[in-house]
Design a protein around this ligand. Sequence first.
Ligand code: NDP
Ligand code: X2W
Length: 316
Amino acid sequence: MAFKVYVDGQEGTTGLRLLDYLEARDDLELLRIDPAKRKDSTERGRLLNAADVAFLCLPDDASREAVALLDNPDTCLIDASTAFRIADGWTYGLPELAPGQRERIRRSKRIANPGCHASAFVMLVRPLVDAGLLPADYPLSAFSLTGYSGGGKTLIQEYQAAEAGHLSAPRPYAMNMSHKHLPEMRVHGGLTLSPIFSPVVGPFLKGLAVTVPLHVSQLAPGASGAMIRETYLEHYAGERFVNVMPLADEASLDHGFFDVQGANDTNRVDLFVYGGEEQLALVARLDNLGKGAAGAAVQSMNIHLGLDEASGLAVH
Ligand SMILES: NC(=O)C1=CN([C@@H]2O[C@H](COP(=O)(O)OP(=O)(O)OC[C@H]3O[C@@H](n4cnc5c(N)ncnc54)[C@H](OP(=O)(O)O)[C@@H]3O)[C@@H](O)[C@H]2O)C=CC1
Ligand SMILES: CC(=O)N[C@@H](CCC(=O)OP(=O)(O)O)C(=O)O
């Protein structure tokens, strides 16, 4: 019998992308809400409770409301919002995080899908903290270049309606050091301090790269770019969606320029270690709507339901 799945927020950016993935599957039965009733709590509650897995692709408050509508103990919620990413009783939906995380996702009925910037940041940082190469209290900074789809329907409409003007140039944001991903970056990164995080949105739909610059002198004695790359290779051994690139990989650059859109339309994360003996730049690249949102949610669903983890997801 096919597993029943339901997407609450099916007309939003993440919800629509998720439907693309789910509609292509023949091992799932997709429960659909009548568009006229998509904000009707009674109808949403009925479908949430009828599902084996329900995805919440909603603003934080609407996600909290959906959780309150659920009384079926067998329904697994996978929430794409920021509401529960460090909450007790919820499992962070990043199977590659640390040993045991995949098993936690398999057993949990409450899975918080990671934020797009946070996924990239945590995947760069956490293995280094766990391996003792990066001190947990290192005052990290990071910057991210992202496509505008990360801002949801409103930002997409703004960009797609614009003819030129200020939207044709990259725009830094979260200038007051209060980006909503900071808590999950700290907690799941294994850090004692939140990073200084500077995201920049550009005039392209999707694609994201987070860069973490490091001073080698501030790392554990003897640490180097080569050791960091080795640590990634070891930590991510066997992970189908993680691609550890060669050290200081010139071939990954186009005349010295990095392609932020290089992992688009995949569920892949590419990890790069650039730099030399004194400074390093660690970079993680992903599709913010793929591994940064809907793809990660499908991956967690596959794990939770005991299906092939890569079902319906593209690596290349
Ligand atoms: N875009 C991205 O790359 C990512 C987004 N996320 C997270 O996923 C969630 C959804 O984001 P995104 O898809 O971008 O947002 P969008 O604004 O594109 O979509 C949100 C959808 O939720 C609907 N909605 C709002 N309130 C309710 C309600 N009470 N009941 C039912 N539906 C409701 C909206 O309806 P209406 O159409 O009427 O506005 C809209 O269709 C957010 O929490 C976001 O933080 C996570 C990772 C990446
Ligand atoms: C361009 C843009 O605005 N991007 C969003 C990131 C969206 C995302 O993936 O994060 P959530 O899952 O937390 O929504 C932002 O930086 O807030």
